[in-house]
Design a protein around this ligand. Sequence first.
Ligand SMILES: [Fe+2]
Length: 434
Amino acid sequence: MSTSYLRTTPTPRQDRPGDLCVRLEALRAQLAEGKPDDVAQRLLSKVCEAVERLHTEHTGMAEELLGVYEQLGIIFEVTGRLSTVQTESGVVDLFVDSLRRSAQGRDVLAVEPGALSGEVAGSPQHYTNNWFGALLRQARDRRSVVVEAPPEGSAAGPVSEALIGPVYAGDSFVCAIALTRGPDAKPFRASDMLLLESLTRFCGDVICTHRLVREVREMSIAMVRSLVNAVDQKDQYTSGHSLRVGYFAILLGKALGLDEAALQMLQWSALLHDVGKIGIRDDVLKKPGRLTGKEFDHVKEHPVRSYEVVQGVPQLARAVDGVLHHHEHYDGSGYPAGLAGQDIPLQARIIQIADVFDALTSNRAYRAAYDWRKALEIMKREAGRTVDPEMQEVFSRLMHNALDGTPDGWKRMVERADRFTQVAEEEASGSAGE
Ligand SMILES: [Fe+2]
């Protein structure tokens, strides 16, 4: 949102108190020539003083008002951009960036806890051992905004004054936001302190919310992981299947250029695609030999059963397509709806590729797992019959790019796939190992 209109100087009135004062002064001079009495002169003098005082107050109020407009502008800007920020560091960067835009010749920086305590390699030495460092620690320990000029003779460089606010998410110190000014910039005012106090508090609250959302998401994923593990373990040959399908589906989804929201729904859909198997009889699901027609019909109920589980969760409304249609075939010979080609939802076509690939590279009662290259060759033969031919090509290319020339690449990929949801969370928080 543009905030430029908030920074416009208010249009001056035609009758400025200063002008009025000048006119009154002239009137007083005229009256003086006409020899008015002392009472009239004293009265006029008082009027002039009052007008002058009002003029001064008006000017001060106008400056304060402009300051408030600036502050509102920053807050509007921050709130307008908050929804685009995914990480804690992104939240801090957003607040610092917004402050910089109206810095008026002041420097703005965020100082992380590590730098403050000197634990970060290469952190500026002055954070830990001089006036500025002491002021940062003071703001952190007092949990309030501090403002101070460097003492005479300190090595504060070009800094004439510093204003520092700590950011706390609950009881956790996140960072300090510091504004410094040189000798030519305007001194910090009470409104600057109030603004920094409001923004650091706001920043801390946003980070608290981020942490809460992340905890809830992690809990949801952990619960889904437990659920799908329970389903997968109904059959020793499908143990870990749903997690690996989720992993391969996300690899393909990223290669196809899906946006973050679509990837999130793809993840849920892929994880839950077989959850309906919980309703399939064990004697059928675990039957080592060939299924009868009736038994196969019972197994074929599982996409609809999965759909019935997932569609009961409103937040997963955009994950149902992949769940319901992951056994459709590109040539229309699949189930449950017999959809063909591009009529099969994109999510379902992606999950199907991941599903078939994991099935081929996993051990079965009747055969050993295929090597990943062999699995891709089999899938190439299936392109256009069961799986989407374009997606099969993209998937094959991405697997070759990732695994060719890396002897233990497949082993490491399967390890990552087996702990898919943890990997996804680590990547989301920026702590993934590779
Ligand atoms: Fe399935």
